[in-house]
Ligand binder design. Structure first.
Ligand SMILES: [Cu+2]
Length: 495
């Protein structure tokens, strides 16, 4: 696989111009609570929400559990607020475990698994239904299921529906039943990774290796980038910021799905394994609270087999170890090479000068010579094309999620359902500054297939949220959100 290294190419954006663009298969597990033959413990089955919600009793139990947790005071570790604050909060002083979510490192998957596990136990007890398990939202595999599940938006009343949240104000109006765009929910490129973690500047499924846990860091794995971050950003509002995300009830289904995709990735085989040789990953401990308000400490070594260690499985047969593919020794070697690889990334400058690109309330288009990077013959199935926005800075009080389009023609209105749509400049967990990366393999492939990438040039257009553009027109106040987001350049890498 070493030829992959030599094939890697870097596209440098050398000029820019402001463009005045006018601007499934439901698994068949009928019982979700299965008594083990010779044990007191039960195995809970986390179901696809679209299966789960066919049972009014299950939806009622879920609503009740959330309602009861929301009625508890924020200093009670089993309350909704306390649990959400474990993920993130601006409230001070911080209580035990608050603000400890892990993003941008290889602890992303294990930390969130532990977090969900204890949340689920608390929720189950609060619901009064000893069989309740968290459902998951699979927005990736069936088009109709990209719509926010009905119990979370109907009735649209926070006092009667504990699953409803009015603050979902992202670029997709999920509360109105608008579907998440297909382009943001794909996990195929994350699944192409065979290495769980990477070091320094490579890429991986599960994030960058660090020796100590980190609340937020810039070494995201591919699945964290997409679909995870993209779904957060598209829903927006509370979900659009790690500080508030876990306050929205849909957060828990989004992360149950992320957790399920981790299991699925492992079952792909081909060298895809957890880093069980890594002492830090296995042993770093994290503190949570159980349903009896007791502090509990856990390490990744305690959560790797969900069925035997945590008593839950998914209704998705593709997450079961019985489908595991035997590992080949060669796959391990490939995975090591990928870990060691270092993508070339070139900070963009205009004519060699340092520049700052500023996003305001009008679209901005950058164009570049793509040389042969994007030639039809270059894209092969196992390569990944990534758009990197370098040194992004933004106003943390008012993060704006810009839509990103590839080769959007002048005069064509931006539309998230068009083939030009690449995703959202998600500032989720980026903190004040960092490099934002977006997998654009599928978009570029589709544009190539439709002959919508001509010659050697490629254009990247950043489109501000529609609402901001409307406000501007209505109030006649230009530059209202000027300098909302700044960055120093854009690169495109192919690996
Ligand atoms: Cu998340």
């Amino acid at each position: 696989m070493s030829h992959e290294l030599s094939r890697r190419q870097v596209l440098k954006l050398v000029s820019y111009a402001s463009a005045g663009t006018a601007v499934g298969s439901v698994p068949l597990i009928s019982r979700f609570f299965v008594e083990k033959a010779n044990a007191q413990t039960a195995t809970f089955v986390r179901e696809n929400i679209y299966t789960f919600m066919q049972s009014p009793a299950k939806v009622a139990a879920l609503r009740r559990g959330v309602q009861v947790m929301k009625s508890r005071p924020a200093n009670n570790p089993t309350s909704w607020a306390y649990q959400a604050n474990i993920h993130g909060t601006t409230i001070r002083p911080l209580l035990a475990s608050w603000n400890t979510c892990d993003h941008g490192t290889f602890f992303f998957f294990p930390w969130h698994r532990m977090y969900l596990y204890y949340f689920e136990r608390i929720l189950r007890q609060a619901s009064g239904d000893s069989t309740l398990a968290l459902p998951y939202w699979n927005y990736s595999d069936v088009g109709a299921q990209r719509v926010l599940p009905a119990p979370f938006r109907i009735p649209a009343n926070e006092s009667t529906n504990s699953l409803y949240e009015s603050d979902r104000t992202g670029n997709i109006n999920v509360n109105s039943g608008a579907a998440l765009p297909a382009t943001i929910v794909g996990y195929a490129s994350a699944f192409r990774r065979t290495n769980f973690f990477h070091t320094t500047t490579g890429s991986s499924f599960g994030g960058r290796r660090v020796s100590q846990t980190s609340h937020t860091a810039s070494g995201k794995g591919e699945l964290e980038r997409r679909p995870h971050d993209q779904v957060h950003a598209s829903i927006g509002g509370l979900m659009g910021n790690p500080i508030t995300a876990a306050q929205d009830p849909i957060f828990w289904l989004h992360h149950a799905n992320t957790d399920r995709l981790w299991e699925r990735w492992l079952r792909q085989g081909g060298g895809r394994v957890n880093p069980t040789d890594d002492i830090d990953w296995m042993n770093d401990t994290f503190t949570f609270f159980d349903e009896n308000r007791n502090a509990v400490r856990m390490s990744a070594r305690n959560i790797l087999d969900t069925a035997t260690q945590l008593n839950y499985i998914y209704d998705d047969p593709l997450t079961r170890s019985s489908n595991a593919v035997a590992l080949s020794p060669n796959a391990d070697i490939n995975s090591q090479r990928t870990v060691a690889s270092t993508p070339e990334e070139v900070a963009v400058s205009a004519n060699g000068q340092e520049v700052t690109f500023v996003l305001g309330d009008t679209p901005l288009t950058l164009t570049a010579q793509a040389q042969n990077l994007l030639a039809r013959t270059v894209l092969v199935e196992d390569s990944t094309v990534t758009l990197n926005v370098i040194e992004v800075e933004y106003d943390a009080e008012n993060p704006l999620a810009y839509d990103i389009y590839i080769n959007l023609p002048q005069g064509v209105a931006p539309n998230p359902n068009s083939p030009y749509y690449a995703g959202i400049l998600s500032l989720f967990s980026l903190h004040q500054q960092g490099t934002f990366s977006l997998d654009i393999t599928d978009v570029v492939s589709e544009l190539q297939r439709r002959n919508l990438i001509a010659g050697n040039s490629i254009a990247i257009t950043f489109v501000p949220p529609q609402e901001k553009q409307r406000n501007r027109r209505r109030r006649g106040r230009p530059n209202q959100v000027q300098q909302a987001v700044r960055f120093s350049g854009v690169t495109i890498t192919r690996e």
